[in-house]
Design a protein around this ligand. Structure first.
Ligand SMILES: Cc1cc2nc3c(=O)[nH]c(=O)nc-3n(C[C@H](O)[C@H](O)[C@H](O)COP(=O)(O)O)c2cc1C
Length: 192
């Protein structure tokens, strides 16, 4: 049971997307726990439209295949992580084959669970939209009814001093968010 009520829980507040990763590998059991957290997410009609394809650095051919889908600006730092993955969304419902307009939403929810689990385990996740969906589709043989959503790397936080000046500045930059008043408002018909 979580007791503190007046603060955002640390597995949410301590999360950030790093650009540096240590060499430490993620154990098979920890990888299982991360995907177990994703698997438990809620979804429209409990369709669970998510699928994840991943590779660990110990399997270079699989790791380099996933890495090759990234744009260069991401590959340059993502290559140092011990784990890389891609999320996919099944676009039509299993139940009636009609378009599932919640598919991307639900994949995001599953990733949210994975992120919270990862942070609670001392792991960092960096998600990336900068990749070629076409290359991923071809390289992994992804069928038409699945949409590549986002790629991500996971690992333990590394040493920012190992980064180039540009990347270190980005890694260390203050995390900015919109004010809460812009994010959530009371219901009203004349003001959005
Ligand atoms: C769907 C998605 C796509 C993203 N794409 C990239 C990307 O291609 N390259 C990158 O460096 N960061 C990417 N990010 C990370 C965001 O820039 C980052 O989450 C945001 O700036 C907030 O920073 P924080 O995660 O450290 O709090 C992406 C994040 C998400 C959720």
């Amino acid at each position: 049971m979580i007791k503190k009520k007046s603060v955002v829980q640390t597995f949410i507040s301590e999360r950030f997307s790093p650009l540096t990763f240590s060499d430490k590998v993620i154990s098979k059991e920890d990888i299982r726990l991360l995907f177990e957290a994703a698997r438990l997410a809620p979804s429209a009609f409990n369709e669970q439209p998510w699928k994840f394809v991943y590779a660990v650095k110990d399997k270079p051919s699989e790791f380099n295949l996933l890495l090759s889908f990234l744009v260069e600006g991401n590959r340059i730092w993502a290559k140092n992580a011990p784990f890389i993955g891609i999320s996919l969304a099944k676009l039509n419902f299993d139940r009636n084959n009609k378009p599932n307009r919640f598919a991307l939403h639900d994949v995001g929810l599953a990733m949210g669970g994975l992120l919270a689990q990862a942070t609670s385990m001392g792991l960092k996740v960096h998600q990336m939209g900068g990749f070629s969906a076409g290359a991923a589709r071809e390289g992994l043989g992804i069928p038409d009814d699945y949409e590549p959503v986002a790629m991500f790397v996971i690992g333990y936080y590394g040493n920012p001093d190992d980064l180039s000046d540009d990347l270190r500045k980005r890694d260390q930059a203050e995390r900015k968010r919109k004010p809460l008043s812009e994010v959530a408002t009371r219901a009203s018909t004349d003001k959005f």
